[in-house]
Design a protein around this ligand. Structure first.
Ligand code: GAL
Length: 433
């Protein structure tokens, strides 16, 4: 067994035995990491960062974080281990394989909430960073609601880097103007379908979808569910306080089917960013997507002709999709890994990352005067709206539930059988217990 694997096995054992981190580190022969500002760089001067940020805006955002890390830690070689696939569809599988083989990278990307807990904290793959929160003063700068989503049994496990909004529709301003379509904050699902009819008559796909990314389908569905139930009941459905047999779920599914009357015909072949390109180039009118799509437009310098509004019928609700980074148990370069988290949590790195990524900084003390117009809009709503979680991005329910819903939705967009989808949603909930 390699020294690292041995150490990893011991560390995993300590989790099983409930031993303290300090005790386990001593057994494993690891240097003890004490709170303090400076962490010596490791003798091995690599830092391997795992994410799924490979699309234009995603990669550019990640590059800002790397640059900020390098500025503070010159001489460390960053290994970008990103695995492409929107919303982590491929990355999460590849990471699971590495983690079960005790071969973690130095840090990996995760969403807050159910995904962090079920995939990484509960199986013992992550090290608590509660001390880093104290040391860096993060308890005072991240919103309490976000801190709650990264805390398990009193310990903190992730540094949030940016807050995305999931319920946004981006549109091509020219296409809307050419077709006499206006959108506003009060627009409803019915208003959307009226616009869809106009576009259909003009021969332009109303909504651009990249269903090669299953998450894009799930996101369109959850936004429709939110529009139909309202924020409070949408939140209740994830915790079992409203059943999937509710009549309003039936009507949400019916509305969901209706988008497909005017969707790009090649949706099964496109990813989310390929679908966004159709809007940027005027080949479709709208795309309902998280605001990483806006980062994509900014990075591709297409943003001048791109407008935004919340998904129809969801005013007052903010679907949050929060990304952050973890500290693994058995990080190959633990000091570099902690320094990476310090960078990720810093105001400078978060400010540099946000515009290209389309997010707003997770820190509440960010200088909003540097925000672009989209970010100002999102930040204001994040502060004032009812914030609700996303199933499509792992926070609202367990990975098993998410995967059952994804399977059912992929079948639905072929057969459009409303009753079968609703039953599948009920079964998925029953399986959850
Ligand atoms: C989300 C993630 C975003 C964005 C998107 C598309 O799950 O939180 O950062 O990358 O997937 O890949």
């Amino acid at each position: 067994m390699s020294a690292r694997k041995f150490m990893q096995t011991r560390l995993n054992r300590r989790q099983a035995l409930g031993m303290s981190a300090a005790g386990a580190a001593a057994i494993a022969g690891l240097p003890l990491l004490r709170p303090g500002t400076a962490f010596a760089q490791d003798a091995e001067s690599d830092l391997e960062i795992f994410s799924w940020w490979t699309a234009a805006g995603e990669a550019k955002g990640l590059e800002q974080l790397f640059d900020a890390f390098t500025a503070a830690n010159p001489g460390v070689n960053i290994v970008n281990a990103a695995v492409s696939g929107g919303a982590g569809s491929n990355a999460q599988v590849a990471l699971a394989t590495r983690l079960s083989a005790n071969e973690p990278p130095d840090s990996w990307q995760s969403h807050t909430g159910a995904e962090l807990k079920a995939r990484y904290v509960d199986p013992g793959y992550t090290t608590p960073i509660t001390d880093l929160y104290e040391e860096q003063g993060w308890n005072d700068v991240f919103p309490q609601g976000v801190i709650d989503q990264i805390t398990v049994d009193g310990e903190k496990y992730l540094v949030p880097v940016g807050v995305h909004r999931g319920n946004v529709v981006f549109y091509n301003k020219q296409v809307l103007a050419d077709n006499g379509i206006e959108v506003n904050d009060d627009w409803s699902i019915d208003d959307y379908f009226a616009a869809q009819e106009t576009l259909q008559a003009a021969g332009i796909p109303s909504i651009a979808l990249g269903s090669k990314d299953t998450f894009a389908v799930a996101q369109l569905f959850e936004n429709t569910l939110l529009a139909t139930l309202g924020a409070d009941d949408y939140a209740k459905i994830w915790v079992g306080e409203i059943g999937w047999d509710d009549d309003r779920v039936t009507s949400a599914i019916e509305s969901f089917a209706k988008y497909f009357e005017s969707v790009n015909s090649d949706h099964a072949a496109l990813t989310w960013d390929g679908a966004a390109d159709l809007v940027w180039s005027g080949k479709a009118a709208f795309t309902s997507m998280g605001d990483w799509a806006y980062g994509d437009a900014v990075t591709k310098e297409q943003d001048a002709n791109v407008g935004w509004v919340h998904h129809p019928g969801t005013a007052g609700a903010f679907v949050s999709v929060i990304d952050g980074f973890t500290l693994p148990v058995g990080a190959p370069h633990p000091n570099n890994a902690r320094n990476w988290l310090i960078t990720v949590g810093s105001p400078e790195a978060q400010a540099a990352f946000a515009p290209f990524k389309g997010a707003i900084p997770a820190r509440t003390d960010a200088d909003t005067s540097t925000f672009n117009e989209y970010m100002q809009w999102s930040a204001k709503d994040f502060g004032e709206n009812t914030v609700v979680p996303s199933l499509a991005h792992g926070s609202a329910a367990s990975p098993q539930f998410q995967s059952s819903v994804n399977d059912a939705l992929i079948t639905f967009i072929v057969d459009f059988d409303v009753a079968t989808l609703q039953e599948a949603l009920q079964f998925a909930q029953e399986d959850e217990g």
